[in-house]
Design a binder for this molecule. Structure first.
Ligand SMILES: [Zn+2]
Length: 228
């Protein structure tokens, strides 16, 4: 719902969930992630219009990320990582489809991350603020140097990632995200899908980099240090 409404300037709170085609108000039974879509065979109960498969796919992906996180983390850390995952998945899909990362989404992520940071039993709040600089700083520098090659939304999203993850993990996330974006750019160039001047949205790669850093960050850093 967030992914659909924010780029269209609609409120997240009101009106209640409705079919994007006929505007019919949806009943609770229509709103069960994935299950409703399967039971209704991808059609609106009221107007019979097709509901695109990306809606249940995003729900499925979000559920899987939540489960994977729950298999590794617990307590405070799990809650804050799941909040971050919800923000990043929303940002990634909106950026992919519309080429923007809405300010309201980044702001909501920042407020939630700031609130959560005061309850972190491991990292102090100073580490979280340092993470904001470590996340946003490099992309801001890149934006200045490349005169707008990096979008403002990406800079703000990276700062929010840093707020949640702290300086070390967010720097790793930026490296991994850039690596993935570089690889994807090369593949698209080789396939002739994009020219060298075309830009690639960076939001999805930031989200993927954050996920990789969260899941394998410790091992990656240990492996890297062992090679020195
Ligand atoms: Zn409908």
């Amino acid at each position: 719902m967030v992914i659909y409404r924010l780029p269209r300037g609609e409120s997240v709170v009101y009106p209640l969930s409705h079919c994007p085609l006929c505007r019919a108000r949806l009943k609770p039974a229509d709103l069960v992630p994935l299950v409703s879509w399967l039971l209704l065979q991808g059609k609106c109960r009221y107007c019979g219009g097709r509901i695109p498969v990306r809606y249940p796919l995003v729900e499925l992906a979000t559920g899987m990320v939540f489960l994977i996180l729950a298999s590794r983390f617990y307590g405070w850390q799990l809650v804050s990582l799941q909040v971050l995952a919800a923000v990043l998945i929303s940002a990634a899909v909106i950026d992919y489809r519309h080429g923007i990362i809405p300010n309201s989404l980044v702001l909501a992520g920042f407020v939630l991350g700031l609130g959560l940071s005061f309850f972190n039993p491991v990292l102090g709040w100073q580490q979280h603020l340092l993470g904001v600089i470590a996340g946003g700083g490099p992309l801001l520098a890149l934006a200045v140097l490349s005169r707008g090659g990096m979008g403002g939304g990406d800079i703000k999203l990276a700062a929010v990632m840093g707020l949640f993850l702290g300086p070390r993990l967010v720097l790793l996330a930026l490296c991994l995200g850039s690596l993935l974006a570089g690889l994807a750019g090369m593949v698209l160039l080789l396939l002739g899908k994009k020219g060298r001047k075309d830009t690639l949205v960076f939001g999805p790669f930031l989200a993927a980099g954050a996920f990789a850093a969260i899941m394998w960050g410790q091992q990656l850093v240990a492996w890297y240090l062992s090679r020195l």
